[in-house]
Design a protein around this ligand. Structure first.
Ligand code: NAI
Length: 299
């Protein structure tokens, strides 16, 4: 089997000044991609800004013989997102790959969550992913090629105490990605999603050190590179990844219960079928909303 390479490909990695983004950028660059290393350079909660984080990763890539340019724009500003894409076009003339990775945390229990804490997290993760992708979308459509890798989280897929804002943003990214998968299909734009677990400043202090040591960011980047490669044809999929574990994740729907039309408007009839309603033993994922809606009409 041949190596996975990105020669002549141009990648944008957001939030690449540290943690997972740095690791993704380093791997893509080591396999021949020209990389825009975007990072606002703030703290975990998104406060502050600076050029040092992105510059350092660009220097590391260059020292290893790769090609990269830095960009310091915020992903959740419309002008910033446009400038991230412009940076790629000005420096390298194309955009083939976007890894939407930038993120912040403002963890707080729901009853104490301010609107600002909600808005800021939704904005960086969900709006940032949308804005950077939207800025590159016409370029990718025109080229008839694109590989987009977005970043969700187990908190979004399954929920997590103290992370209502983050969870909502992260599952929003899944819905966005699955729709982009449909809209990009005929332009050979593939959009997939990772749900990582890795050692970074986000998880240091949450997970114990022996566990963190098994969670090398490089393990996550290996999946990102495969999803970003020309040979990867699937789209709209979600993959959990970390510590060498990689697995597809899906929203599935059970076989369900079929109530008689005469009973179906009665809450007691719904209650009497609850075992079948809850049974996931024959559950399956659907390709799109129409297919799922159609299943409700099948006998
Ligand atoms: P990190 O804090 O090291 O990296 C996030 C990067 O995004 C930082 O370098 C930060 O400066 C940058 N950033 C923040 N706001 C930005 C903005 N508005 N514009 C541009 N850059 C911005 O954290 P980590 O762990 O590397 O996280 C990367 C992604 O993976 C995030 O989306 C995170 O939610 C996600 N994730 C990480 C997990 C983990 O186990 N580390 C678990 C699940 C998801």
């Amino acid at each position: 089997m041949s190596d996975i390479r990105f020669d002549d490909r141009v990648a944008i990695v957001t939030g690449a000044g540290g943690g997972l983004g740095r690791s993704h950028a380093m791997l893509l660059a080591s396999r021949g991609a020209k990389v825009v290393v975007n990072d606002l350079g703030g703290s975990v909660d998104g406060s502050g800004a600076g050029s040092a984080a992105a510059d350092k990763v660009v220097d590391e890539i260059k020292a290893a013989g790769g090609e990269a340019v830095a960009n310091y724009d915020s992903v959740n500003s419309e002008d910033g997102a446009a400038n991230i894409v412009k940076t790629a076009l000005d420096a390298f003339g194309r955009v083939d790959i976007i890894v939407n990775n930038a993120g912040i945390l403002r963890d707080v229990t729901f009853h104490k969550m301010s609107k600002e804490q909600w808005d800021s997290v939704l904005s960086v993760h969900l709006e940032g992913t949308m804005l950077v992708t939207r800025a590159a979308w016409p370029v990718m459509r025109e080229a008839g090629y694109g590989r987009i890798v977005n970043t969700t989280s187990a908190a979004g897929l399954y929920g997590n105490f103290g992370q209502a804002n983050y969870a909502a943003a992260k599952l929003g990214i899944v819905g966005l990605s699955r729709t982009l998968a449909h809209e990009g299909a005929k332009y050979n734009i593939r959009t997939n999603v990772i749900s990582p677990v890795a050692k970074s400043r986000m998880t240091e202090g949450i997970l114990p050190p022996p566990v963190l040591d098994q969670l090398k960011p490089e393990y996550v980047s290996a999946l990102v590179a495969y999803l970003a490669s020309e040979e990867f044809e699937s789209t709209g999929q979600v993959y959990a990844v970390g510590a060498g574990y990689v697995s597809r994740v899906a929203v599935v729907e059970g076989k369900g219960a079929r109530l008689e039309p005469a009973d179906a408007a009665a809450p007691e009839a719904v209650r009497s079928h609850w075992e079948a309603v809850s049974d996931l033993s024959e559950a399956k994922p659907y390709k799109n909303a129409m297919e799922a809606a159609g299943a409700t009409l099948e006998s």
